[in-house]
Write a protein that binds this ligand. Structure first.
Ligand SMILES: [Zn+2]
Length: 419
């Protein structure tokens, strides 16, 4: 058996196994949530209405069902791009039209991104205007959605094409260690993006106003001083323009950090609860979760680029995924695309490790918040957020282990109660 055929078999086997696991997990989650739909769990009997509980069950099940359709579509597209020859065809058409070279390679990446985006469009639209709409979460008009899509595409081109060109150039010009230099460029690019995001990118999509509620501002400022935390400003974002889901987050580095509250969060929670949510976010900083995630991302990316450096020089990698490498022109764009398509098929099986680390961090941040503010406020805030976001209180434990980045409400409250 040739290497290419062996790789095709490994790819197909991993894809099938991944689909089987995802399908099994989804049916478990649907059955578990449906079985517990008729009664609010005893611990939440005082705080959750039956209608709220049932809405959460229906929303959860609808999302999982939608996820199954998306999964099937995604797998069909993946096969069409790879083993059925879609990417090979696109590459050959562009080669015949433009000849080999940097322009052709950039065109291949751009065409792939555009075609992929268009093929996903029915799902994006259905999710926003059917699924989210049905449960009262969507606040977007079609006009706003279209404006976002146009802005997002232009931004992707303005930001994405230069970095893609730089990486393609390094792949061709930087010798056998090109993957190391490409990694360094990619990391620098990511850091730059994080730096400019709060001031230049986020304002393209949302309006940010300084927090003007004096009472809340005083509480929040006192909390941050108590925790030894400097931030450059407190902002309110008009999240309600798009969705009823609520959130709060930090952006920026060092002294230029800012705190952003969604207006939806401020509407749903009282001052004490907002303070508790912010204390939870501060907990992530105090425990260096953000730094740890970034270090992990840096290390994983380095391993990824090293792997790309190796497979991009192997003809079985292309042939095994349904593509004929061109002998007369560089194959770097093909290598990048095939790598991005193939890696998730294999990395899916280690996703639970990342989810597990994330859940551990959530517990730590909760414990920090309980120590700095009122545990009762944090518990009340969490329950309101779970309820307003229609997150189910009765997820399937195995589904949680695999996918959940945040522990279920019952586990978080139990830990807080014990602390
Ligand atoms: Zn958190």
């Amino acid at each position: 058996m040739s290497y290419a055929l062996g790789f095709t078999c490994a790819f197909a086997a991993a894809l099938l196994a991944g689909l089987a696991v995802k399908f099994w997990l989804a049916t478990r989650q649907i059955r578990h949530v449906a079985r517990h739909r008729d009664a609010v769990p005893a611990v939440f009997a005082q705080t959750m209405t039956l209608s709220g509980h049932q809405k959460a069950a229906d929303y959860t099940i609808a999302k999982v069902r939608f996820g199954l359709l998306e999964m099937a579509w995604g797998a069909a597209l993946l096969l069409a791009w790879t083993l059925l020859g879609g990417l090979d065809l696109l590459n050959k058409v562009l080669l015949a039209w433009m000849g080999g070279g940097m322009a052709q390679q950039l065109a291949l990446l751009a065409a792939f991104a555009l075609i992929g985006g268009l093929l996903d469009l029915p799902f994006t639209l259905w999710q926003t205007f059917r699924l989210e709409e049905r449960f009262g979460f969507n606040k977007m008009t079609f006009k706003l959605w279209l404006g976002d899509a146009v802005k997002g595409t232009l931004l992707g081109a303005v930001i994405g094409l230069p970095i893609a060109a730089l990486i393609l150039w390094l792949m061709g010009a930087a010798g056998t260690l090109w993957w190391f230099w490409a990694w360094a460029a990619w990391m620098g690019f990511n850091l730059l993006l994080m730096l400019v995001y709060p001031s230049f990118i986020a304002p393209l999509f949302n309006k940010f106003k300084p927090l003007d509620d004096a009472g809340l501002k005083a509480r929040v400022t006192a909390l941050m001083q108590r925790c030894g935390f400097a931030a450059k400003g407190l902002f309110v974002m008009d999240g309600s323009r798009r969705s009823a889901h609520a959130n709060a987050y930090f952006t920026g580095f060092g002294a230029s950090k800012r705190v952003v509250f969604y207006d939806t969060l401020l509407r749903q929670l009282n001052a004490g609860e907002v303070e508790a949510v912010l204390a939870h976010e501060l907990g992530h900083f105090k425990h260096r979760h953000i730094v740890k995630r970034m270090v992990a991302m840096f290390a994983l990316s380095l391993a990824g680029f090293a792997l790309l450096g190796w497979v991009s020089g192997q003809s079985w990698f292309y042939a095994g995924l349904g593509v004929q490498p061109n002998m007369a022109a560089p194959n770097n764009a093909l290598a990048l695309l095939l790598f991005m398509l193939a890696v998730p098929v294999f990395s899916f099986f280690v996703a639970p490790l990342s989810a597990r680390m994330s859940r551990k961090h959530e517990f730590e941040a909760d414990a920090y918040a309980v120590a700095q503010t009122s545990g009762a406020d944090l518990a009340a805030a969490l329950l309101k957020l779970y309820q307003d976001n229609a997150s189910t209180l009765t997820p399937d434990p195995v589904f949680v282990k695999f996918y959940y980045s945040h522990p279920p409400a019952s586990e978080r409250l139990a830990r807080m109660g014990a602390a």
